[in-house]
Design a protein around this ligand. Structure first.
Ligand code: SF4
Ligand code: MG
Length: 322
């Protein structure tokens, strides 16, 4: 498998403004030492609660946020020094699909112009060619051709997300970050949009980073899944491994909260104590120790590293220390 993106020890810290000089200097550790490979053609799901750093992680890959440390390699090349036209061509390979297609689509623009806009950066296309491409894209995402003459508000939430997807595909990207793309949609519409995304992935050999707080949505679309907690990957594996055999106590708790379809096997929901701690003041040792039902003495001081447990499955937890 070809590695499209390699992320090494990525950190994104943000200083918090001090109210007075006496106050201690503080930082929010939104992304705290993440290393991940993203393979061409796969969907890597990133799951975490809000505040886990999953969106910042995506934005750092797109170079919309400068990392505090670590590096992102795209096809083996570090992206941190990219500037000007090189940075632009990197960004042209990457697109984002957002949670709320309504606020990310300009309400005063017609759908045709919205989808056409990214193509204008590619000066090689004539106006006629751009219009043809808009028609083609509308058809690919399952919207009628006359949609291009209408405004975003004339469409339903699911249709608006289709418009967002069409725009994202306009300039043939190879990598798409979808940040909670179906979270604002009705459950009945969610799977339609996910299925569309999967069909388009096959047709255009797209690679997805699919960010969501919703484990059942991630399960639908992902090949591999990484679980984030306070800016760290606590577990990563193939979808099959992770959902059949979650190793990290946090993953186990998240999965136990999903309603089961099979009533013969009732699940015991694992209830987590307390709230997600602030990323401004993350717990020392294992970041999960304040809520872990299996916490041990050493979890208070030492930080567990991500280690291989199964074939592709890695987990950061002392319960699996060999
Ligand atoms: Fe729980 Fe300790 Fe494992 Fe952290 S390292 S998840 S606190 S058992
Ligand atoms: Mg796929």
């Amino acid at each position: 498998k070809e590695v499209l993106l390699e992320i090494n020890h990525l950190k994104a810290y943000f200083p918090v403004k001090r109210k007075s000089m006496k106050e201690e200097k503080k930082v929010i550790k939104a992304v705290d030492d993440i290393s991940i490979e993203i393979f061409r053609g796969e969907t890597l799901g990133i799951v975490g609660e809000s505040g886990s750093g999953k969106s910042t992680f995506g934005r750092t890959i797109l170079k919309l946020v400068e990392p505090t440390a670590g590096e992102v390699l795209y096809k083996g090349q570090p992206i941190q020094h990219l500037k000007g036209s090189k940075l632009q061509s990197y960004r042209n390979q990457m697109q984002m699909i957002f949670q709320d297609p309504f606020s990310s689509l300009n309400p005063r623009m017609r759908v045709g112009s919205i989808i056409e806009e990214p193509m204008k950066l590619q000066l090689t296309l004539t106006k006629e060619q751009r219009k043809e491409r808009v028609k083609e894209l509308l058809q690919k995402v399952g919207l009628p051709e006359d949609a291009m003459h209408k405004f975003p508000h004339e469409f339903s939430g699911g249709q608006r997300q289709r418009i967002g997807i069409a725009r994202a595909l306009a300039i043939h990207p190879e990598f798409i970050i979808a940040d909670e793309p179906v979270s604002a949609l009705d459950v009945s519409v969610q799977s339609q949009v996910l299925n569309l995304m999967m069909d388009l992935q096959d047709e255009f050999q797209l690679t997805y980073l699919f960010i969501s707080h919703d484990l059942s949505v991630v399960k639908h679309i992902s090949d591999r899944v990484a679980v984030l907690y306070l800016g760290r990957v606590v577990e990563i594996g193939t979808k099959k491994e992770l959902y059949a055999n979650p190793l990290h106590p946090y993953t186990q708790a998240l999965l136990s909260a999903i309603p089961v379809v099979n009533f013969d096997e009732p699940k015991q929901e694992i209830l987590l104590q307390g709230e997600l701690p602030s990323p401004m003041n993350p717990p020392v040792g294992c970041v999960f120790h304040t809520r872990c039902p299996f916490v041990m003495e050493r979890c208070h001081q030492e930080r567990p590293m991500l280690q291989h447990e199964n074939n592709h499955q890695r987990v950061a937890c002392f319960l699996y220390d060999k």
